[in-house]
Design a protein around this ligand. Structure first.
Ligand code: FES
Length: 71
């Protein structure tokens, strides 16, 4: 799994195809190869990015985390 912290923006996650979002009592199956999560706190669609980081002037460096599962 790869997690990409985009410069001045969201957190991109390669899902492998499917993920489950649990919020309170709700559970939603999301079938997308990639999702973008908000890290600026301004999205109206949390936990997902809605592009609000651009107008909010969010500033943060880019980074990448790769999770190795075959250690
Ligand atoms: S990172 Fe895009 S709206 Fe927060």
């Amino acid at each position: 799994m790869k997690i990409e912290f985009r410069e001045n923006g969201s957190i991109g996650i390669e899902t492998g195809g499917t993920l489950v979002l649990r919020q309170g009592e709700q559970e939603v199956l999301i079938e997308k190869p990639k999702v973008s999560l908000c890290r600026c706190g301004h999205s109206a669609n949390k936990p997902f990015c809605d592009g609000s980081h651009k107008t909010a002037g969010f500033v943060a460096p880019a980074a990448v985390i790769e999770l190795k599962t075959d250690a």
